[in-house]
Ligand binder design. Structure first.
Ligand code: HEC
Ligand code: HEC
Length: 343
């Protein structure tokens, strides 16, 4: 009897030793992988980062916007259309990219590359507020724009592509999805977390040279030394999307304005940070924005934009302007004098 107990004990011990050794080997491999910049887990699959106490407190007071859950969609035709819209936003290039299944009209990026988790992340350029805003008068075009026109803006600029037929199933599905994401949001709601969170403007001009060092330290391991990104295994979309070069957003895109880029990156990059737990300093965010947007990318004819010059944003990098400051100052700053001059 005694012998049997001893044997069982030894048996359990060996199992535990095996489990522990495997665990230690496994985590060391993960650590080595991370330090070499190799990610065994597809970052797009990692869901949710830990909430900081501050953010958790704000959410519990109910002020933080919460997106609806996909799993709450009904199993009917309307639900199907919204689910298809979600799929198109998350994997745009699979359907509409250079080798798209449905049409070949865009550059290979996904909407979700910039509207994180299909536009549901607080200050991750989400779609919470869009449905309540459109149709709306927009200063960039000087016209009243419907939802479809706004989507085509991102396709023609951020995805450097050709507009989608407003009557196509794909446009209807994407719009249905974004309307559903914002279905509980009214125009005058007092929630937080929509779109992007603005950074304080820097006193100095943003510096592309300092930004290059930031890029090489914290961005190139995923986005590539030449900003080219890394294609996913399916060869259709990106695991790490391009930041510059011919496959990136064009000069008419929102991210080409430094304030938009800096706001997006501060709250969301390197991938995994959140607005309330950022990694970059404000200065690093402005400088890396300056570096990335000083590199080559596709150009768009913008001659029809901003028909009322007085409505041009301060950081729009192309003249003419109502003030006499040069394009380079509108692009990189210092922005303070431009804003005072246009008051
Ligand atoms: C390269 C980055 C990028 C990509 C890719 C992209 N967008 Fe955008 N999008 C932006 C930025 C930046 C804004 C403007 C945010 C701001 O000014 O606050 C924006 C704004 C929008 C808005 C208006 C939001 C609002 O609240 O007014 C909609 C709608 C939109 N995008 C839809 C899409 C769709 C649909 C796709 C894919 C077909 C897409 N975007 C792809 C960067 C991108
Ligand atoms: C760990 C990998 C990783 C690092 C490091 C990283 N990113 Fe990203 N980045 C991503 C991923 C993944 C996406 C797309 C998210 C998605 O599709 O869900 C992305 C998207 C972006 C986008 C929007 C899409 C585009 O291509 O224009 C910008 C801008 C961006 N990153 C800038 C940066 C900057 C600047 C840094 C350095 C400060 C950085 N990233 C560091 C993984 C990374």
């Amino acid at each position: 009897m005694e012998e049997k107990k001893l044997y069982q004990l030894l048996h359990h011990l060996t199992i535990w030793i095996k489990v522990l050794t495997l665990g230690i080997i496994g985590s060391s491999l993960l650590l080595i992988g991370y330090s070499l910049g190799i990610y065994p887990i597809d970052p797009q699959q990692v869901s949710g980062t830990a909430l900081s106490a501050d953010r958790a407190a704000r959410i519990s007071t109910g002020s933080m916007w919460q997106p609806p859950l996909l799993s709450s969609l009904p199993p009917n035709r309307e639900g199907d259309l919204i689910r298809y819209g979600h799929e198109l936003i998350a994997h745009t290039a699979v359907y509409l990219g250079p080798k798209g299944k449905v049409r070949q009209i865009s550059n290979g990026m996904n909407c979700q590359n910039c509207h994180l988790k299909a536009g549901t992340v607080p200050y991750g350029n989400n779609y919470g507020l869009v449905a309540s805003k459109y149709p709306a008068f927009r200063n960039r075009s000087g016209t009243i724009e419907g939802f479809g026109k706004r989507v085509n803006d991102c396709i023609e600029r951020s995805l450097n592509g050709q507009p989608l037929d407003p009557e196509s199933k794909e446009m209807k599905a994407m719009v249905a999805y974004m309307k559903w994401v914002g279905k509980d949001v009214t125009k005058d709601n007092e929630n937080e977390g929509f779109g992007l969170i603005d950074l304080p403007l820097p006193e100095q001009a943003a510096d592309p040279v300092k930004g290059k060092a930031v890029y090489q330290a914290y961005c190139s391991r995923c986005h590539g030394d030449n900003g080219e990104g890394i294609l996913a295994e399916n060869g259709l979309e990106y695991t790490y999307p391009p930041l510059f070069g011919e496959n990136s957003y064009n000069t008419g895109a929102g991210l080409y304005r430094l304030s938009r880029f800096a706001a997006f990156v501060k709250a969301n990059m390197p991938y995994g940070v959140t607005f309330d737990n950022p990694f970059l300093t404000d200065e690093e965010a402005w400088n890396v924005a300056a570096y990335v947007n000083s590199m080559p990318r596709p150009e768009k004819d913008l001659s029809m934009d901003w028909p009322d010059l007085s409505k041009k944003p301060f950081d729009h990098p192309f003249g003419p302007y109502t003030d006499s400051f040069p394009e380079i100052q509108h692009k990189y700053g210092p922005f303070g004098p431009l804003i005072s001059a246009n008051k």
